[in-house]
Design a protein around this ligand. Structure first.
Ligand code: HEM
Length: 143
């Protein structure tokens, strides 16, 4: 990713992370609206789950300029996700839910340029995870 795109993702995430629990709740609402059957694979407390998701996303976003720092952790995360019942096509739904959440939370600040930077970042993340877990890349989100 270009530095300019990394900056856009980091700046917009920093804004959203100020209200992390709210963002996480919006994210799961968007995700379950896309596919209500996904509720069943989340067994734990959703507040705690939202916190884990936001913490992990913060680490990934922080390390975007130097992806080597998080690749191993993310591959392991992807392999754990197989045992949670996650399938490769779910990564597309999560990507769409994430983009909708950011648009919802950031409003006009979620410009088309910022959106494109997130699409790029998510595609990198989802393909690394899907290659690690399913030996094939995720379906790519488009700008
Ligand atoms: C795209 C990047 C993703 C990130 C950064 C992420 C992050 C996390 C984290 C940090 C956990 C806590 C457990 C652990 O560390 O193993 C978790 C659990 C989980 N994630 Fe993800 N996840 C991602 C993608 C997905 C996708 C595509 C799905 C499919 C719907 C999904 C569904 C779940 C489920 C079902 C759990 C277990 C929840 C429970 O125990 O109740 N995640 N995720």
């Amino acid at each position: 990713m270009e530095q300019h795109q990394v900056d856009l993702v980091q700046r917009s995430f920093a804004r959203a992370a100020k209200v992390a629990p709210h963002v996480a709740a919006t994210f799961y609402r968007e995700l379950f609206a896309l596919d209500p059957s996904l509720r069943a694979i989340f067994k734990g407390n959703m507040l705690a789950q939202g916190e884990k998701l936001m913490t992990m996303l913060a680490q990934i976003v922080d390390g975007l300029h130097e992806p080597d720092t998080f690749l191993l952790a993310v591959r392991e995360l992807a392999v754990r996700h197989v045992s949670y019942g996650v399938e490769a096509h779910h990564y597309d739904l999560v990507g769409v839910a994430l983009l909708r959440t950011l648009r919802h939370e950031l409003g006009a600040e979620f410009t088309s340029e910022t959106r494109a930077a997130w699409v790029e970042a998510y595609n990198v993340l989802a393909s690394v995870m899907c290659e690690a877990a399913y030996e094939r890349p995720a379906h790519r989100l488009t700008t």
